[in-house]
Write a protein that binds this ligand. Structure first.
Ligand code: BV8
Length: 225
């Protein structure tokens, strides 16, 4: 059975009402990356960072999966084990649509992490810097999110899957953030075919053998069919 590795970005959740980062009025237009998505920003002003993620957590808990999320879950079900879903997104819309074993390389809005003892637990809707870690009881709680300059999760497994891929598909990502934006080269180097499904050409469009442009809720279900 051929192996398909799929990478999704904020664009797949846009039609579920969750803001993207670099589109008009996106998250990075409202906040400086260095203030809300770096460990230095968190050390400088944990309240601001918690507010940023509390607002996104509240929004994501009200969001519903769209036809693109459901189409990928269906594809996964039909190709047991041969469809690997990697996401840069920190929402849980893939899981809400029925996807399994989603690899959240940039972390989880619904995850809390202790910066001191590495304990992880389900984040409450509102997180504050005064929250005690349930394991070491210190006030060192942070969102379980991979910030700029931090090592994304499950990288070894992801590179292994890319080395075995027959097809790599990037959906709803602008191709600006590494190492995710470099996955297309890894896949090409292992002889995989490559496809970009996006609203508009990404920064790495020249690396893809094929591309289809349009809204994810339209082009992803038609590609899965
Ligand atoms: C790391 C936190 C070392 C979670 C995020 C130079 C070269 C190489 C690397 C670097 C470099 N300079 C700096 C770096 C490192 C840095 C980096 O890449 N910086 C960039 C800005 C240059 N990377 C890191 O620090 C990473 N760590 O490198 O560690 C290492 C290296 C290798 C191996 C191991 C370790 C950590 C990166 C993670 C940072 N955390 N976010 C959060 O707050 O959500 S990144 C942030 O951007 C999000 O996670 C998001 O997922 C990610 C990517 O954004 P996109 O998902 O692509 O969203 P965007 O808005 O950009 O684009 C949306 C797209 O959707 C658009 O194309 C749009 O057209 C499309 N779209 C919109 N609507 C629709 C649609 N498509 C279809 N349908 C629609 N309706």
């Amino acid at each position: 059975m051929s192996k398909i590795v799929i990478l999704t970005g904020a664009g797949i959740s846009a039609e579920s009402g969750l803001g993207t980062f670099r589109d008009e009025g996106g998250l990075w237009a409202q906040h400086r990356i260095e203030d809300v998505a770096t460990p230095e920003g968190f050390a400088r002003n944990p309240d601001l960072v918690h507010q940023f993620y509390n607002a996104r957590r509240a929004q994501s808990r009200m969001a519903k999966p769209n036809p693109a999320h459901f189409a990928l879950a269906k594809l996964q079900k039909e190709h047991q084990g041969a469809v690997i879903l990697v996401t840069q997104n920190v929402d849980s819309l893939h899981e809400a649509a029925g996807a399994q074993n989603v690899m959240h390389m940039h972390g989880f809005l619904d995850g809390a992490l202790c910066a001191r003892c590495d304990a992880r637990w389900q984040a409450p809707l509102v997180m504050e810097k005064t929250m005690n870690c349930p394991t070491c009881n210190r006030q060192t709680t942070r969102p379980d999110i991979v910030w700029f300059g931090e090592m994304p999760y499950q990288m070894d497994e992801i590179y292994q899957h890319l080395s075995e891929a027959d097809l790599f598909v990037a959906i709803g990502t602008s191709g600006n953030v590494y190492p995710a934006a470099g996955f297309v080269q890894e896949a090409t180097a292992s002889g995989a075919d490559t496809l970009e499904l996006n609203l508009e050409p990404s920064a790495t469009i020249s690396e893809f053998a094929q591309a289809q442009f349009g809204k994810a809720s339209k082009i992803v279900p038609s590609w899965v069919e």
